[in-house]
Design a protein around this ligand. Structure first.
Ligand SMILES: C[S@@+](CC[C@H](N)C(=O)[O-])C[C@H]1O[C@@H](n2cnc3c(N)ncnc32)[C@H](O)[C@@H]1O
Length: 275
């Protein structure tokens, strides 16, 4: 969250850091109040599973509404099934699946009833979200991981790994470390699915950012929106299609990139190399 340029014009430069702190303090205060209200009002859960508290919902989406949380999660689950299907994978017939960067289980919760024979795992750096998942989404297994690999699973452990809106936040070194780690964890022929920002999302960049995206295919920018709520290294990342296809080819085969309607997001699929 930024002080608007109009507000900045009225605040002397020396006082701007203090004004920014006050502004962020007030923002967090009003957010707490809205979270309290959202936790004490609204529709009942329709999935038969408890809903995470509003602050955990906000951390994965910057939205507070229960219906939005459920609708987006269900939409993501359907997208995953459909795209895995295009790679010849029927999720319900896999053995073991990892939701990497699962947050408070917005997507995973939809698979638990639909795929009772699959062993689902979720991992995230967000301790509070993982504790909530452990206590409430009991048929899956969860762990809190460090910002950098490794994860404590054996090699070739998963048939499918999906990561929604995770690589949209990592810098290039972290991204590469995690791609190598996820490739270690995927069984031969297993499928990785991840999301990145699509072409239209680059409209949010300034001219310098757009130029860098065109030349190098990768831009990682600081964003103050979730300051104080997520770790400092967690910022915003844009990839070009060409960059993603080239980078993933280091670890994976059969890479597919599909822009989602509206162009703000894209889904990337890749298959573990056969040994
Ligand atoms: C925008 S949220 C999306 C959460 C979830 N995938 C969903 O769609 O609801 C991004 C998530 O990635 C997690 N994350 C970011 N970097 C991570 C890392 N290095 N290891 C594990 N999780 C990470 C964050 O904590 C956060 O829960």
């Amino acid at each position: 969250m930024k002080l608007s340029s109009q507000s900045r014009a009225f605040v002397p430069r020396a006082l701007q850091p203090a004004a920014r702190s006050v502004y962020h303090g007030l923002f967090r205060l009003q957010l707490r109040a809205r979270c309290w209200y959202a936790d004490h009002s609204g529709a009942a859960d329709v999935t038969g599973l408890p809903l995470p508290p509003a602050l955990l919902r906000y951390r994965v989406s910057e939205l507070l509404g229960r219906d939005e949380f459920l609708n987006i999660g269900e939409g993501c689950a359907r997208l995953i099934e459909e795209h895995l299907g295009s790679m010849g994978v029927d999720l319900a017939r896999t053995r073991r699946v990892l939701d990497f960067g699962c947050g408070c289980g917005r997507t995973l919760r939809w698979f638990l009833r639909e795929c009772p024979d699959v062993e689902f795992h979720g991992a995230d750096v967000d301790e509070e979200a993982i504790e909530w998942c452990r206590a409430n989404l009991k048929s899956a297994r969860f762990l809190r991981n460090d910002p950098l690999p490794p994860l404590p699973y054996p090699d070739l452990h998963f048939d499918v790994i999906y990561c929604l809106s995770v690589f949209t936040h990592l810098d290039e070194d972290m991204q590469d470390s995690w791609l190598a780690e996820l490739s270690r964890l995927l069984a031969p022929g297993g499928v990785l699915l991840l999301t990145v920002h699509g072409d239209r999302a680059a409209d949010a960049l300034d001219p310098d950012g757009r130029a860098t995206l065109q030349t190098s295919g990768f831009v990682h920018r600081r964003s103050r929106k979730l300051k104080g709520m997520v770790p400092d290294w967690y910022q915003t990342t844009w990839h070009s299609r060409e960059y993603i296809e080239r980078r993933l080819a280091t670890w994976f085969d059969d890479i597919r990139y599909e822009a989602l309607p509206g162009g703000m997001q894209a889904i990337v699929l890749a298959r573990q190399k056969e040994f």
